[in-house]
Design a protein around this ligand. Structure first.
Ligand code: PLP
Ligand code: COI
Length: 339
């Protein structure tokens, strides 16, 4: 048995036993290789290094009480990686290769899947990069697809405790018709300065507004934003945010709980009207938000006066996790059991 402090794992990198890799060369994908090295041998002119031809995914596998490992909605991540690959002109990873790669990576590292009841999970990081040499700005002719795994705890150290966030009015993460809807590294590079400013000022993350008008909420750091108003779940519609699989799942759960769901532009002033707000994503699951500060306008919005998450966010969080860990029937058919 591994000697890891499973219940107190941060969201960080832990070396595991194996990762998997596959090259796209001469117009076709090769064989999936299993490696025990944490390093890759990369040409110094690789298009990923110079021109950002890179996309990644984030997904999780959970150990159930029944000893079975469940992967959450991998088909959605495969589809999103296809969209990201097309978005920055990379070779598309076929579904079957994606599936084989993630299942192999999990099985080869089974001892790193956190035990049931610890609140931790195995984070999977599929990564697709342009590995072919390019000096002129154009797509590479060679690509490398990899998957590594790492056991993780909550993304925000507070876990399911409410956090404060800052509106990053003087930063943009993505342009309206740009790459914001793809999971490409450049978006994260563009978000770093806002994130660091937020952390420096004691906030868990920066909330980005729409870059064109600065009127509407886009995203909450590495997660989508949602608000609860009465019996309605409201989440931003925007071309420059990542279509979150967690958000999509929460919308299904909200409808299943008899709530209305609205996907539409969310004006900043509407923050006054929400009963609860939160950030959602694979890493964050749901991170309830207790306070949002807009330094430029001086506005401050407060939620959860008792310091705890609101009742609707709590219910959504519990149902999502119960399905992910296999405590509740998988009525939406979201899980794949690793066999
Ligand atoms: N938005 C951004 C910018 C993200 O990095 C993520 C994380 O993947 C999300 C939203 C949430 O997406 P998902 O729920 O698919 O993990
Ligand atoms: C995820 O939630 O999977 C993410 O990718 C967020 C972040 C760690 C980049």
């Amino acid at each position: 048995m591994l000697n890891l402090d499973w219940s107190h794992l941060p969201f960080g990198y832990v070396k595991t036993d194996y990762n998997v890799r596959c090259y796209y060369r001469d117009g076709k994908w090769g064989e999936l290789e299993i490696s025990s090295s944490e390093f890759i041998n990369l040409h110094m002119a690789a298009s990923s290094l110079h021109y950002g031809q890179e996309a990644f995914e984030g997904m999780k596998a959970f150990m159930g009480k029944d000893g079975k490992i469940r992967v959450f909605r991998w088909e959605e991540n495969a589809r999103r990686m296809e969209s990201s690959a097309n978005g920055v002109m990379m070779a598309v990873v076929p579904n079957e290769l994606f599936k084989k790669a993630i299942l192999t990576a999990i099985k080869m590292n089974e001892r790193f899947v956190p035990p049931y009841g610890t609140g931790a999970s195995l984070y999977l990081r599929p990564l697709l990069i342009g590995s072919g040499a390019r000096v002129g700005v154009k797509p590479a002719d060679e690509y490398l697809f990899m998957v590594f795994v790492t056991p993780v705890g909550p993304y925000f150290k507070e876990g399911f405790k409410p956090v404060s966030m800052m509106i990053a009015r003087d930063h943009d993460r993505a342009a309206p018709k740009g790459t914001g809807r793809y999971k490409v590294g450049g978006n994260y590079a563009a978000s770093l300065s806002a994130g660091e400013e937020a952390h420096h000022d004691g906030f868990a993350a920066a909330i980005f507004l729409d870059a064109r008008e600065k009127k509407y909420i886009d995203e909450a750091g590495p997660a989508n934003f949602f608000g609860i108003k009465g019996n309605t779940y409201i989440t931003p519609k925007s071309d420059s945010i990542l279509p979150s699989i967690t958000n999509k799942s929460l919308m299904d759960l909200a409808r299943d709980m008899g709530m209305e769901v609205e996907v539409r532009p969310v004006p900043v002033e509407e923050l006054k009207e929400f009963d609860e707000v939160g950030a959602c994503g694979t890493a964050a699951v749901i991170s309830p938000i207790c306070r949002i500060v807009d330094h430029v306008t001086g506005e401050e919005y407060k939620y959860c006066s008792n310091g705890e998450a609101g009742p609707v966010s709590t219910k959504l969080y519990k149902r999502l996790q119960a399905i992910q860990y296999g405590d509740e029937p998988d009525v939406f058919n979201w899980n794949t059991i690793v066999e």
